[in-house]
Design a protein around this ligand. Structure first.
Ligand SMILES: Nc1ncnc2c1ncn2[C@@H]1O[C@H](COP(=O)(O)OP(=O)(O)O)[C@@H](O)[C@H]1O
Ligand SMILES: [Mg+2]
Length: 234
C-alpha cells in the first residue's frame, strides 16, 4: 500500500534521511521506532507531503506521491496525526471533529465517522461540548486522532501518541489504535515506547541516525539483542 524506496529527505541545511526503504501492506499495523532525532517525524512529514524527497520515492497504492502537496496526499486517503496536535482550543470537541471533515461533502458520512470516533473514544463523546483547550493531555491526543479519522483515511500516520501521557492514557490510546486496525485501517505508528509498541504491531522498523538498521515482526524484534540492549534495558 505504502512504499518508501531509498528515500532521502530533510531540511534546507540538514539532510536527515539516508536511503530509507520501508513498506506497509494493506491492513497492516507497522511501527517506526528509534531514538529522539533519528528522523521519524521527518519520515512521516515526507510521506504526508510537507517535505519533498531529495532522492528516492514514496508510492501509495502504486502511485508516486513524492511531489504531491499535503492536501493532495490527504485526499488520496492518508491521514496524518502530528505530534503537535494543532487543535483549536477555543472550539468544542465536536467542532474540532467537524473541522477535520471539512473536505467531506456527504453529511451522512460525516455523522457516521463521528459516531465511530465517539465509539472508539467514549471520553470524547462525554466531552463533546467541552472546549478542546480544557481537555487533559490524553483527551487531546484522542481528539487529534479522532480528527485525523474524520476524512476516513485508508492509511493513518500517527506520530508519538504516547508522548507526555500517563500510563493509563497511553494504554487507552493504544487500545483505540488496535480497535481501528481491526476495522481495516492501515496504520504506520511512530513511537519511542518500544516495549508496548512491539507487543501491539505486526512489524516494525528501527531508524537510527536517518537509516533503517533493523526490521522484523514484533516478536522478532522483542528477541533481538540490539533492541533489548538499546531500547528495552535488558
Ligand atoms: N524544521 C526543521 N528544520 C531543521 N531541522 C529540523 C527540523 N525539524 C527537525 N529537524 C532536525 O532533523 C533531525 C530529525 O528530526 P525528527 O525527524 O524530528 O526526529 P525524531 O522524530 O525521530 O525525533 C533532528 O536532528 C532535528 O533537529
Ligand atoms: Mg518526532
Amino acid at each position: 500500500m505504502l512504499e518508501l524506496t531509498n528515500l532521502e529527505s530533510g531540511y534546507e541545511l540538514l539532510q536527515v534521511l539516508w536511503g530509507v526503504s520501508l513498506r506497509v501492506d494493506e491492513g497492516e499495523f507497522v511501527a517506526l521506532l528509534g531514538p529522539n532525532g533519528a528522523g521519524k517525524t521527518t519520515t512521516l512529514r515526507t510521506i504526508a507531503g510537507f517535505l519533498s524527497p531529495i532522492r528516492g520515492d514514496v508510492t501509495f497504492q502504486g502511485r508516486s506521491i513524492g511531489d504531491a502537496a499535503p492536501s493532495a496526499v490527504s485526499r488520496m486517503g492518508i491521514g496524518f496525526v502530528s505530534e503537535t496536535l494543532n487543535l483549536f482550543p477555543a472550539m468544542t470537541v465536536h467542532e474540532n471533529l467537524l473541522v477535520g471533515a471539512y473536505a467531506v461533502k456527504d453529511k451522512r458520512q460525516i455523522a457516521a465517522t463521528r459516531d465511530l470516533v465517539f465509539e472508539l473514544f467514549p471520553r470524547l463523546h462525554e466531552r463533546r461540548d467541552q472546549l478542546a483547550g480544557t481537555l487533559s493531555g490524553g483527551e487531546r491526543k484522542m481528539l487529534a486522532i479522532g480528527r485525523g479519522l474524520m476524512p476516513s483515511p485508508s492509511l493513518l500516520l500517527v506520530d508519538e501518541p504516547s508522548l507526555g501521557l500517563a500510563p493509563m492514557a497511553t494504554l487507552a490510546t493504544f487500545a483505540a489504535l488496535k480497535a481501528l486496525r481491526e476495522r481495516g485501517v492501515t496504520i504506520l505508528l511512530v513511537e519511542q515506547n518500544v516495549n508496548t509498541t512491539l507487543h501491539l504491531v505486526d512489524r516494525a522498523y528501527v531508524l537510527e541516525q536517518g537509516r533503517i538498521v533493523l526490521e522484523g515482526t514484533g516478536t522478532e524484534l522483542l528477541g533481538n539483542s540490539h533492541v533489548q540492549e538499546a531500547y528495552l534495558g535488558i
